[in-house]
Design a protein around this ligand. Sequence first.
Ligand SMILES: [Zn+2]
Length: 158
Amino acid sequence: MDESNASTGIISDVCACPQCGLPAQLDEYYIIGEERIVCEWCGYAHTKSHQGTEANKGYGSIHYMSTKEEEVEITIPLKYPMSLTERHQIIMLIENCYDKDKSFFCVWDDEANQLDFLIGKKPQTTNEYYEQKALEVQRQWLMEDKFSLSNYSDNLND
Ligand SMILES: [Zn+2]
């Protein structure tokens, strides 16, 4: 979401999370010269200011989506690496009490250096999003090229 608010001095944008690469919330407090990033996927967060950078590593997150008509989404960042038993409990809870097609449960894998989605499909990373956009533009050019070529050959036939 692009949103700027002159009265609060905050410019909000989306950026690639420095830890997992998924879209993260970027808030620039341009008056006080601070940058804050919060990733609701892996849970990474940092505050960059004149005093330096204070970063919190992400361990994953739980996104519950209620099954009731009125959809309520609850996001909980994990504060520590979850044990297998705890992961299993969360999976059971989501499968039994929540809409598992709309819920997400992801944990950070330190060894593989990636975010594993135990429930839900991993969304596009910010880079993948831009790559796809670039491909679409390229395809558009190719189509326009083809179009102008066929015009050209039509002219030749005339
Ligand atoms: Zn992240």
